[in-house]
Structures are given as structure tokens and as C-alpha cells.
Design a protein around this ligand. Structure first.
Ligand code: SF4
Ligand code: SF4
Length: 445
């Protein structure tokens, strides 16, 4: 029998999958753990399939995009946040997006998928926003098995590894699931079936999560992502999946129609991203971070007016550009606020650039990036010609050279563009040893 609150949710109510659609809003690029089956160039494997990079939207851009999709795609019943990283590793963006959508669409079902590490501290807020469905990925309830699945877990500034990491993650998942159930939120458990690692463990996981009150269990066969630690593993056979589902099914209801949706999926389950939605997504990613702001210009930190080659913290002036029919027009330059005045500098900078949607720089520290972002200005780090940066911001062209990644523990990277998932951290200096980037130079998103 279908539970009342599942009706209309295509992932929880199998009958609804042919009638009701869902939209994923890709607002959560960062992650706080490293699963050995995940290559962070791609979407979170815990909820989606690997191999497709997504555009990232700010919450304001996401609402504009959602409005467009609601006007075009019939029968949307759910808005979900499923990455491409972990929604709770991006709590500000996630909660703001849920809130914007909830305020405008009081009847929409809100849903998200998380690894659970930061879940407990946000359950109250999720409940206040009337989030009705949460998916938690639990791949092991035995820390020894978990230690084979997770390379590291980042708790605040601490990087944990091995059994310690798996224990912490599991304890947060347990606490999070209990709290969700105490708020009456429907909980789905995703379980990535990894041959030779947790293929004998599905039943135990199912039993434990059911005892915590979870409602439904989704056994997902591993898709080995090349570049990940488990990239060379053989995916489980259909027989193995069937056996694990049957054993887990003795404890908890099974979901068998999961289509491993992308972090930017739209439409019925099984549908990815149609051409119109992709176009809308790209268009919205070019809007100002807060789309209602009037921000026509782009500021550039440059020494001579050809290259983007100044650090945000050292820039003495910014060149201001506009888009015109024939290309780009230099509107003039503006003096940067003086150095040595602490955070006041970033406040003044936000005021000086209050009609700019983006500032192009060669590098920037994390604090000013966050400060300017809150004021609606995106900081993009790049190397190359100013023209190439302007083409990127105004016309969506890809950027040459390195792109640093927000949250990178080595401290050299500081931001990911809201307009694209950064490809790879060019620096390997943090390494698994000190920064926990998995040792593959992929950064710490
Ligand atoms: Fe990748 Fe993080 Fe998702 Fe694990 S939780 S699959 S590391 S994005
Ligand atoms: Fe929610 Fe996952 Fe379904 Fe998306 S695919 S609507 S996140 S359960």
C-alpha cells in the first residue's frame, strides 16, 4: 500500500512515476566526504549517475529556472536537490533554494538527497521549510566496511580517515534519520551495492535503517566511475542486485524503479535533461547571482588592460566592461578601496562594484570571495585574455587555463563558478596527506 505522503512523488510512489515529474536544482557543488566510487568532476553518485557535469546555479538563479520549468513541463510535483555535491555541504545555498521555492510554491513537495554527515544540524530547518522527503545514502553500518568505501570525511576543519571516518559518518546518519523521522519526514535510504565490499551487507543495513524508522530502501548497483578508486571494479550482476534486494526486502520496502537521475534532471523519472531545459539552465546560470539585481557589468582585475592578471587582494583598480551588439565595451575604471582596513575593504569593494555581476581575477582568498558573493558579486579566477573571460560571463564560452575550486583545502583555490562545475584543481599541493583531496588533484569540492 502506498503511504499517503508518497502519493505524487514519482520516486516513492511507483505508480506516480508515469504521471508526476520532478525537477532537480543544481545548487550544491561542494562535498564533505570522498566516496571511493566518486569522481568529483561529475555529479554525486549517491543520487545520480556519473559521467555528466552540470551547470551550477545560485539560489536566485535556480528560482528563475524553476519558474521557467514550471511554466513548461507538466505535472511537476517535486523539487529535489541532489548535488552535484552534497546539499548539506552547501547548507546556505540549499536552505535558501528550498525557502525560495517553498515561498512561491506552497504545495510543491520538497526533497533532497544527502550523505548524512551534516544532516542532524539542519533537520529542524528542513522541517520548518516543510521538506517532506529526504534520501540518506548509507552504504555500510559496519565501520570496518565503511572504511573501505570512504577515503576521508571532513568534519569542519578536521579530515578523518579509515574506521574513524566511517564511524563518524555512520553516527551522523543514524542521528539524522532518527531526527527526520521525529519530524514526520519520509526517508529513503540509498545503498550503493559494491561487489566484494558490501554485497553481503545489504540485509544488515536494511535492518538497521528500518529500526531507525526509514521508509524505503533503494539498492543501486555500483557504476564504476573511471578515475575513482573503485573505477576498475566490475559492476554487480543483475542476479546479485536481485538477491540483495530480496534480502533487504525482508526488512524494508524496496524501490526498484530508480533511474539514477542527474543533479539537473527534469521531467518524469528516467528523463534526463531535454534541450529546452538545458538552454534555460545555461541562460539562468548567466544571470546575476541575485537575478533581481540590476548588474549589467563585469569588473576585471588587470595590470595593463589585456590580461586578467591581478589578485583580488592586490588589485588597485578594476576595469569595467559592458556587453554591446558588436562585442564588449570598456566603460571606464574604478579605484579599489585601500588595503589594511580589514573586512571594511570588501564591504567598500562590494559598494564600488554594486552594478557588476562578476569580477574576473587571477586569484582570490576565500573570505573576500564569500563576502562579495553575499553581496551578489561572483568572483571568477582565471588566467588568460580579458576577452576570453568576458566571452565566458556574457556568452557562456568555456574558460582557458586553470580554474580553482572553492573550498580547496590547499588554500590556493577559492571558488567554483556558479556558471559551470570547475574541472580540476590545477594544484596537487594539498594532496590526500594534508588537504584530503583524494590525492588525485581533483580539489576538494
Ligand atoms: Fe561524491 Fe560526495 Fe556524493 Fe560521495 S557524497 S558520491 S564523494 S559527491
Ligand atoms: Fe528526490 Fe532523489 Fe527523486 Fe530527486 S531523484 S526527487 S532527490 S528521491
Amino acid at each position: 500500500m502506498v503511504e499517503k505522503q508518497w502519493i505524487g512523488h514519482p520516486c516513492f510512489d511507483e505508480k506516480a512515476k508515469h504521471t508526476f515529474s520532478r525537477v532537480h536544482l543544481p545548487v550544491a557543488p561542494k562535498c564533505n566526504i570522498q566516496c571511493n566510487f566518486c569522481d568529483r568532476q561529475y555529479d554525486c553518485v549517491n543520487e545520480s549517475r556519473p559521467g555528466v557535469t552540470s551547470v551550477i546555479l545560485s539560489p536566485g538563479q535556480a528560482l528563475v529556472y524553476f519558474d521557467k520549468v514550471m511554466g513548461r513541463v507538466p505535472n511537476i510535483s517535486v523539487m529535489g536537490i541532489a548535488g552535484p555535491g552534497d546539499p548539506m555541504a552547501n547548507p546556505v545555498e540549499t536552505l535558501e533554494t528550498l525557502s525560495l521555492v517553498r515561498n512561491k510554491y506552497p504545495d510543491i513537495l520538497l526533497c533532497l538527497a544527502t550523505n548524512g554527515l551534516m544532516l542532524p544540524q539542519y533537520v529542524d530547518q528542513l522541517a520548518r521549510l516543510k521538506t517532506s522527503h529526504v534520501t540518506v545514502t548509507v552504504n555500510a553500518v559496519d565501520p570496518d566496511i565503511g572504511s573501505k568505501i570512504y577515503a576521508w570525511v571532513r568534519d569542519g576543519k578536521h579530515i578523518l580517515r579509515g574506521r574513524e571516518a566511517a564511524e563518524l559518518l555512520l553516527s551522523r546518519q543514524i542521528e539524522g534519520i532518527k531526527l527526520l523521522k521525529s519530524k514526520g519526514i519520509t526517508v529513503k535510504i540509498n545503498f550503493i551495492l559494491i561487489p566484494g565490499i558490501n554485497d553481503k551487507h545489504g540485509s544488515e543495513v536494511a535492518k538497521m535503517v528500518r529500526s531507525l524508522g526509514a521508509d524505503i530502501f533503494n539498492c543501486m548497483p555500483l557504476i564504476p566511475a573511471s578515475g575513482s578508486a573503485f573505477g576498475e571494479l566490475t559492476p554487480p550482476s543483475a542476479e546479485m542486485v536481485k538477491t540483495v534486494r530480496a534480502m533487504a526486502g525482508e526488512h524494508i520496502a524496496q524501490m526498484t524503479h530508480c533511474a539514477r537521475c542527474r543533479a539537473d534532471a527534469v521531467g518524469l523519472i528516467g528523463q534526463g535533461l531535454d534541450e529546452l531545459s538545458l538552454k534555460d539552465l545555461k541562460c539562468c546560470s548567466k544571470l546575476p547571482l541575485h537575478p533581481r539585481d540590476s548588474r549589467p557589468y563585469v569588473a576585471v582585475a588587470t595590470l595593463e588592460g589585456f590580461l586578467v592578471n591581478q589578485h583580488l587582494g592586490r588589485a588597485e583598480e578594476f576595469y569595467i566592461y559592458d556587453k554591446i551588439d558588436t562585442g564588449f565595451e570598456l566603460k571606464g575604471s574604478r579605484k579599489s578601496p585601500p588595503t589594511g582596513i580589514g573586512d571594511e575593504r570588501w564591504k567598500l569593494m562590494a559598494e564600488i562594484l554594486n552594478d557588476c555581476r562578476v569580477v574576473l581575477v587571477s586569484a582570490a582568498g576565500g573570505k573576500p570571495v564569500e563576502f562579495l558573493k553575499k553581496s551578489g558579486i561572483e568572483v571568477i579566477e582565471m588566467e588568460g585574455l580579458i576577452e576570453q573571460g568576458l566571452e565566458h560571463v556574457f556568452n557562456g564560452a568555456s574558460l582557458p587555463g586553470k580554474r580553482m575550486i572553492k573550498g580547496c583545502s590547499c588554500g590556493q583555490g577559492s571558488q567554483a563558478s556558479s556558471s559551470s562545475v570547475a574541472t580540476a584543481c590545477a594544484s596537487k599541493s594539498c594532496g590526500a596527506g594534508s588537504g584530503g583531496c583524494g590525492g588525485n588533484g581533483m580539489g576538494c569540492l
